[in-house]
Write a protein that binds this ligand. Structure first.
Ligand code: NAD
Ligand code: IPM
Ligand code: MN
Length: 354
């Protein structure tokens, strides 16, 4: 098998810390599990942008599109670039440019200790959010008028296409079908957003008819937030729009031990052979950057998802199991109740990985 080309994009802040550790894990997996990848380091992010203005150059974009099988991203966002223009160019350049319409974000607690809800444990927190990833309020359509005056106007258009909504909803049902899930929830605000989310509502129940064994359930996104902190156990698969998916998955991260525990995949769900983007849900956490404080587990779980995408069997489940053990045995960082630094967690992880 030829080695799949994987672009590594550490980016900014703790993105650099966790992708550096992720690279060490990948080197270990090459030796022990024959995970042979062709790694391609990308020097993109705030440092590069501040040095020479580069954000997401077209030669790199072209090689990713034509040759790479996956991109592993750390995080983007740096206080020295307050407008975040580099972050949007790169992150949205990848998500939109590669048409990665499904942002798949598992919310799974790997130990009871990580679940902050009274009387609830790991068995109650296990669902996957399918976040629409190429449309919505994120497309950047809109503008400002009379900026800086008392009469200023700011508009961000919320773009929802039938095709875009349908393919994301279908991805959620397909996942449910493959994984024996009995329900799919769709979270919207069709009560307030009567044009855009009426489309989501209608498309959802129409598509649900193609999946007779799976019960479609509608929930308003505000109520979903309530239910998730009361009792997340009924939820198996949640499909939702770009913005709500972003917010709900940070809430979800809170149920699984924090952002240091949440991995994600950005995929073109109907064609898994296409290049995909993998990133922890967390951002660049500037106050932790470069201090050996970042939890590398979200990145390791993300690497697991990436290796499944690349066709390596069983590695993802072994990574997940070992992360769970790391939590149980307190071989973890402070955010999840341990005392180890980022590097020491990786040392332990690599040593324990069989
Ligand atoms: P953040 O995810 O960076 O941090 C939120 C909180 O979670 C902080 O308390 C942080 O310390 C903690 N945290 C996050 N990851 C952690 C880890 N691995 N280990 C331990 N603790 C962790 O979100 P923010 O502070 O709102 O944003 C910081 C920057 O990151 C902003 O510029 C934002 O736009 C950007 N961001 C980027 C991405 C991405 O690149 N995909 C995602 C989210 C935020
Ligand atoms: C995420 C982040 C991004 C998003 C930001 C950095 C634009 O919060 O990946 O969750 O909103 O998608
Ligand atoms: Mn987010």
């Amino acid at each position: 098998m030829t080695r799949p080309l994987v672009a590594l994009l550490p980016g900014d802040g703790i993105g650099k810390d966790v992708v550096r550790e992720g690279k060490r894990l990948l080197a270990h997996l090459e030796k022990t599990r024959s995970v042979a990848l062709d790694l391609w380091d990308l020097d993109l992010g705030a440092d590069r942008y501040l040095k020479d203005g580069t954000t997401y150059p077209k030669e790199i974009r072209a090689r990713i599109e034509s040759e790479a099988k996956a991109v592993l991203l750390g995080a983007l966002g740096d206080p020295r670039v307050p407008g975040l223009e580099h972050a949007r160019d790169i992150l949205f350049g990848l998500r939109f440019g590669l048409d990665l319409y499904a942002n798949v974000r598992p919310v799974k607690a790997l130990d009871d200790r990580l679940v902050p809800l009274k009387g609830k444990g790991a068995k109650d927190v296990d669902f996957v959010v399918f976040r629409e990833n190429t449309e919505g309020i994120y497309v950047g359509m809109g503008g400002q008028f009379k900026r800086g005056t008392a009469d200023e106007i700011a508009i961000n258009e919320d773009v929802n296409t039938r095709k875009g909504v349908e393919r994301l909803i279908r991805a959620g049902f397909e996942y449910a079908k493959k994984n024996g899930k009995k329900t799919v929830h769709m979270a919207d605000k069709s009560n307030a957003m009567k044009h855009a989310h009426e489309l989501w509502y209608r498309a959802f129940f129409e598509i649900a008819k193609e999946y007779p064994g799976i019960e479609p359930k509608h929930v308003y996104v505000d109520a979903l937030c309530l239910y998730l902190v009361q009792d997340p156990s009924p939820f198996e698969v949640v499909v939702t729009c770009n913005l709500f998916g972003d917010i709900v998955t940070d809430l979800g991260a809170g149920l699984q031990g924090g952002l240091g525990m949440a991995g994600s995949a950005n995929i073109h769900a109907s064609d898994p052979s296409r290049v995909a983007l993998f990133e922890p849900v967390h951002g660049s956490a500037p106050p932790l950057a470069g201090k050996d404080l970042a939890n590398p587990f979200a990145c390791f779980l993300t690497i697991g998802m990436m290796l499944t995408h690349l066709g390596f069997e069983n590695v993802e489940q072994d990574i997940e199991a070992l992360v769970g053990r790391g939590i149980r045995e307190r071989k973890c960082t402070r955010d999840v109740g341990g005392e180890l630094g980022t590097k020491a967690v990786t040392d332990w992880f690599i040593d324990a990985f069989r």
